[in-house]
Design a binder for this molecule. Structure first.
Ligand code: AMP
Ligand code: MG
Length: 501
C-alpha cells in the first residue's frame, strides 16, 4: 500500500522552493479523513483500517516514501501592498499525485512547522481554522465552486498560542497546484526572467496541456513527467495568460452565485488554476449587501462581497505585469499585446455576471431589459434586508406552488409579476435552471462557528459529520437540511472572521 508521489515542483530547482522537513508533533491523532477524496487520488487508505499510518503521514511525523518536502517561494500584494518575501511559512508541499483521471494534485501539509519563509510565525495552525478550512472547502466543492480541498485534519497534541492557547492541528490541503499570482511576482520582483519562463512552462504543462503543440503532447502522455522547457514563445505566454483568465471567471462568478466572501483576496491567495485557496477569514453572506465584509482586518472593505470581480481584475493585472518581459523586450509592445486580453476579461466578467445572475432567476439567455430586472431585484433585496440564499430558494419555489411567503410577497409585489411574465414561456426550464443554480443550504457562519466550538469543546464530531452530509447536497432538501437553513437572528451583525493564523 503506497502513495505514488512525484516531486515535479521540487524538480524546478532550488530557487523555486526550500527543502525543509515537517517538524514532528508530540501526540498526533486523526480527526478527519476525506475518504472520497482519497479514493479519487488513488490513496488506498481508510480511516477504519489505516488510521495509524494516515496519522503518521499527515501529521508530518513520518515521511511518505518518495516525498521531498519543500516550502514554496512566493511574493504577493497583501491588501494592495507588495511584499516580496512571503512563501510557505507553515506549509510543506510533500509532492504531487495523479488522480483516477490523470489530473495531478499537490499534497501539502499546513501547520507543519517553520521554514525560512516563516518570519515571526510559529509555523503552526490552530484546530479551529483547520476544521473551518475542511468544512468550507468541502461545502464549496459540493456547491460546484472550483476549490482546493482537504484530505485530512490531524490534531497535534500540542498547544498553539494565539490570543490564548488553542489545540494545534495539521491540515492536508490538496490543489491542482499551489502556483499563485504571487509565485510569478516572486520571480518578476527579482528580474529572474529565466525562472519566469520555467514557471510558465511548468504551469502550462500542469494546467493547460492543450496549449502544448499537438505533436509534442502526443509524445508525452503524462505531460508532468517530461522535462520542463527553458524557453517559451511570446505567443505561448499570451495563450497561457488568456487560459489563466478564463479559469478565474467561473471561480469568481460562483463565489457571487453562492454568496461567498473570500475575505483575503491577496495575490498570494489567488491561484493561476482558478481554485479557491486560503479559507482563513472567508464567510458567507446572509442579507444581500454588496458591501458585506466580515474580516476583522479588512477595515476598508477592499475584499467586500461585491468587490470581488474588480479585485480579481486587479490581481490579474498584477499577473500580466510579471509576464511583460516574456511577451516582448519592449515594454510598450508587451503592454499593447497583453492589454486587449485584460479588456476582454473585463467584458467576459460583466457578461458572465449577467448570465449567472439571470440563471438565478431562471433565465438562460439574458436579453435586453434583464439587467434592469435583476438590478431591481437586488436593490429591493438590499433595501429590505432580504437573505440572499433564502430569497432565491423562495423564488424557485414559487414556480412549483405559485406561492411566496410573507414578507417576500409584500416587498416583491411589484417585481414578481414582471419576473413571472418574463419567464412564463419557459417556466419549467426556468425552474430546472434555478434548482441547479440556487443552493438551498450553504455553510452559514453561525452554524459553522457553533459546530467548530462544540467539536473543540467536546471532541465529538458527530454534529460536524451531520452538517457535512447536508452540505454534500446543497441543491437538494434532504431530511436534515432544514436544521441549517436559518439565517442568523442578528444577521451576523457582530460576526468577525480572522486570518486564522
Ligand atoms: P495567509 O494569511 O495564510 O495567506 O499567510 C500569509 C503569509 O503568512 C504566508 O507567507 C504564510 O506562510 C505566512 N504565515 C501565516 N501564518 C503563519 C504562521 N503561523 N507561521 C508562519 N508563517 C505563517
Ligand atoms: Mg495564503
Amino acid at each position: 500500500m503506497t502513495i505514488n508521489l512525484s516531486n515535479n515542483y521540487q524538480a524546478l530547482g532550488d530557487n523555486f522552493s526550500e527543502q525543509t522537513f515537517p517538524a514532528p508533533v508530540a501526540a498526533p491523532s486523526l480527526l478527519l479523513w476525506n475518504e472520497s477524496l482519497a479514493k479519487t487520488l488513488t490513496i488506498p487508505f481508510s480511516q477504519k483500517d489505516d488510521a495509524e499510518l494516515i496519522t503518521q503521514y499527515f501529521s508530518g511525523n513520518q515521511l511518505i516514501e518518495g516525498s521531498k518536502p519543500v516550502a514554496q517561494a512566493y511574493s504577493g500584494h497583501q491588501f494592495g501592498n507588495f511584499n516580496p518575501h512571503l512563501g510557505d511559512g507553515r506549509a510543506h508541499l510533500l509532492g504531487d499525485i495523479a488522480d483516477t483521471e490523470g489530473q495531478r494534485w499537490d499534497i501539502q501539509l499546513k501547520g507543519s512547522g517553520v521554514s525560512s519563509f516563516s518570519r515571526q510565525g510559529d509555523g503552526r495552525c490552530a484546530l479551529g481554522p483547520a476544521l473551518r478550512e475542511y468544512v468550507m472547502s468541502e461545502a464549496m466543492f459540493a456547491l460546484g465552486v472550483p476549490t482546493t480541498r482537504c484530505l485530512a485534519v490531524v490534531t497535534t497534541g500540542e498547544n498553539v498560542y494565539r490570543e490564548r492557547p488553542f489545540d494545534g492541528a495539521v491540515v492536508t490541503r490538496v490543489a491542482t497546484s499551489h502556483i499563485r499570482v504571487g509565485t510569478f511576482q516572486y520571480f518578476a520582483a527579482r528580474n529572474d526572467t529565466d525562472s519566469l519562463k520555467k514557471l510558465t512552462n511548468y504551469a502550462i504543462n500542469r494546467h493547460f496541456p492543450e496549449l502544448l503543440v499537438e505533436a509534442q503532447a502526443a509524445k508525452t502522455p503524462n505531460p508532468d513527467d517530461k522535462a520542463i522547457a527553458d524557453d517559451i514563445s511570446s505567443e505561448q505566454v499570451l495563450k497561457f495568460f488568456s487560459a489563466v483568465l478564463s479559469k478565474q471567471i467561473p471561480l469568481v462568478l460562483s463565489w457571487l452565485r453562492v454568496g461567498f466572501i473570500h475575505g483575503v483576496l491577496n495575490t498570494d491567495n489567488t491561484t493561476i488554476s482558478g481554485e479557491t485557496i486560503d479559507y482563513g477569514p472567508c464567510a458567507m453572506m446572509n442579507i444581500y449587501d454588496s458591501d458585506t465584509v466580515f474580516s476583522s482586518i479588512d477595515r476598508d472593505g477592499r475584499y467586500a462581497f461585491g468587490k470581488q470581480i474588480g479585485i480579481m481584475q486587479w490581481n490579474m493585472t498584477r499577473l500580466a505585469e510579471t509576464l511583460l518581459p516574456l511577451v516582448a523586450s519592449d515594454e510598450d509592445d508587451a503592454v499593447a499585446k497583453i492589454e486587449p486580453l485584460l479588456t476582454q476579461f473585463h467584458q467576459d466578467l460583466q457578461q458572465g455576471y449577467l448570465t449567472m445572475m439571470a440563471a438565478k432567476v431562471g433565465i438562460n439567455t439574458p436579453e435586453q431589459g434583464d439587467a434592469e430586472l435583476l438590478n431591481d431585484l437586488l436593490a429591493i433585496m438590499q433595501k429590505q434586508k432580504l437573505d440572499y440564499t433564502h430569497t432565491f430558494t423562495a423564488l424557485t419555489n414559487t414556480l412549483n406552488n405559485g406561492q411566496i411567503e410573507a414578507p417576500l410577497n409584500d416587498v416583491l409585489n411589484e417585481w414578481l409579476p414582471r419576473w413571472h411574465a418574463r419567464i412564463e414561456p419557459f417556466k419549467a426550464a426556468a425552474h430546472t435552471l434555478m434548482v441547479s443554480t440556487n443552493p438551498v443550504v450553504i455553510p452559514r457562519n453561525h452554524h459553522v462557528e457553533a459546530l467548530l466550538a462544540s467539536c473543540q469543546a467536546t471532541g465529538d464530531l458527530s454534529g460536524l459529520h451531520k452538517f457535512l452530509a447536508v452540505l454534500q447536497q446543497p441543491y437538494t432538501e434532504v431530511t436534515d437540511t432544514k436544521h441549517y437553513q436559518d439565517a442568523p437572528v442578528d444577521g451576523d451583525e457582530s460576526y468577525h472572521t480572522y486570518c486564522g493564523t
